[in-house]
Design a protein around this ligand. Structure first.
Ligand code: ADP
Ligand code: MG
Length: 451
């Protein structure tokens, strides 16, 4: 901090207005604000920088690193910040360069946290359903959850699972989104991000992603909050970067991809093409509709939901057996240099993970169940291969992983919300959901825990 303060004091003429800085002194966290009168043409760069500082700040506050470790990490970050601030001064330094540095720094920070994160969310008992007994025995602050199996006795009855975070039944939609926000925002800096909702039918996946009711903003899910955020930030950057946002919405049902935003009722199968030329548009024939405000998005969601119901006995039935993927494509053009950056955000409401009893399911139902099983385990295989940094990532085993290929691995970030239904009769699915989640996160978490 001293180094950066000195540097800034020396460079008083440098355009650093209201640069928020923070430090850790004797284990106490402080936020130090500096306000300098500085020239306007650096203001945009400072904006980017400020956001980055904010993200660093929330990173440090969020992680439970020992103070000593924070200090040594902090020294490292400080060096980068000084370097970064110096970069601002370089004549003609383009946003691209700054963004590139931001990306690098951001990635290093993310690496400490893990590019694959798993959060667990426990659904409350629904009105009229509760018998008062929950399989969730205890939720720790450090990402632990203890499950009690009423069908077992003694020490076998309890088991602890660990994730990056566990959200209890009283956590609001807003609190859920808080942790997701930095990931969403990084899409505007050119990252690809996948957010998944996993769990058995009725465990709260759609509640997390969409929310129970589109008309009430308070209960909006991650999808709307993310888009609202993207619009807000792109507006704030309008003097520097011009953003265009487009949305696709597809459904994967029985390993067939369909467009949910068609308006003409055609329900044809779409092909997947993995081609870097397409800039993340892996389903190029799916409608890509421009959106400029959350109202546009709500309109599209309604179309999507209507199309999802086509040909299904009941909306709920079908929606629990297909994966729905809402993809937000963002393209930014830097006004000074004209250079382009692209990012995309995939918001995925997965098919219900419940196992179907093979002796009971027949015909269509059995086929559906097999497709779901296969694609969810293909997703699990891809994420755990990425977590283990395996040289071979088996993207090709399902349509879902092919569609998301560009956004799983590499610089991309993945967040999975696994959902738990606390009812006693769901215990089997609860345990298999938690085991799945543990499999996709174990390596990353192992690293986080050793901090
Ligand atoms: P899924 O999409 O996994 O099948 P839903 O999201 O449809 O499950 O949730 C099932 C029911 O539980 C819905 O009535 C939903 O409103 C309710 N529900 C789910 N999660 C919550 C929550 N966190 N708080 C309150 N109600 C919830
Ligand atoms: Mg659902």
């Amino acid at each position: 901090l001293e180094a950066i303060t000195q540097y800034l004091d020396q460079k008083n003429s440098l355009a650093l207005s209201d640069l928020s800085k923070f430090c850790i002194c004797g284990g106490k966290r402080e936020v130090i604000k500096h306000s300098n009168n500085l020239s306007a043409d650096h203001a945009q760069l400072i904006n980017l920088h400020q956001r980055q500082v904010q993200e660093l700040k929330s990173f440090f506050l969020e992680t439970k690193l020992e103070v000593k470790q924070i200090q040594s990490n902090w020294d490292e970050e400080l060096r980068r910040l000084v370097y970064h601030v110096k970069g601002l001064e370089v004549a003609g330094s383009s946003y691209q360069k700054v963004l590139e540095e931001n990306r690098l720094l951001y990635n290093q920070v993310q690496d400490l946290k893990g590019t694959i994160r798993v959060y667990c969310r426990v659904r409350p008992f629904l009105p009229g359903q509760s018998n008062g007994q929950s399989t969730v025995d205890y939720i720790g602050e450090n990402g632990n959850i203890m499950i009690v199996n009423p069908l077992r006795q003694g020490k076998d009855a309890r088991r602890v699972f660990s994730f990056n975070k566990v959200f209890g039944t009283n956590v609001t939609q807003e609190q859920i989104y808080e942790d997701t926000q930095p990931l969403v925002r990084s899409v505007l800096d050119g990252f690809n991000v996948c957010i998944f909702a996993y769990g058995q039918t009725g465990s709260g996946k759609t509640y997390t992603m969409s929310g129970p009711d589109l008309t009430t903003q308070e209960t909006w899910g991650v999808n709307y909050r993310a888009l609202r955020d993207l619009f807000q930030i792109s507006k704030a950057r309008v003097d520097a970067i011009e953003y265009e946002v487009g949305v696709q919405m597809i459904e994967i049902y029985n390993e067939q991809v369909r467009d949910l935003l068609v308006c003409d009722g055609s329900n044809r199968r779409l092909d997947i093409r993995n081609n870097s030329q397409l800039n993340g548009l892996n389903v190029p024939d799916a409608s890509l509709l421009p959106v400029t405000c959350t109202q546009d998005v709500l309109e599209l969601m309604r179309i999507g939901q209507r199309n999802r119901a086509v040909g299904a006995t009941a909306l709920n039935e079908r929606s629990s057996r297909s994966h729905s993927v809402l993809t937000v494509h963002v393209q930014g053009r830097e006004l000074v240099s004209g250079s382009i950056l692209r990012g995309c955000l995939h918001l995925v409401d997965l098919a219900g993970s419940e196992r179907v009893d093979k002796s009971e399911a027949v015909g269509e139902r059995l086929k559906e169940a097999q497709h779901i099983n296969r694609s969810l385990s293909a997703l699990g295989d891809v994420i755990s291969a990425l977590a283990q940094k395996s040289p071979h990532i088996p993207y090709r085993n399902s349509k879902l992983t092919q569609v998301l290929q560009d956004s799983l691995g590499g610089q991309a970030k993945t967040l999975m919300f696994v959902h738990i239904n606390p009812e006693v009769n769901a215990i089997g699915e609860t345990i298999s959901t938690l085991k799945f989640a543990e499999r996709v996160s174990s390596i990353e978490l192992g690293a986080a825990r050793s901090n």
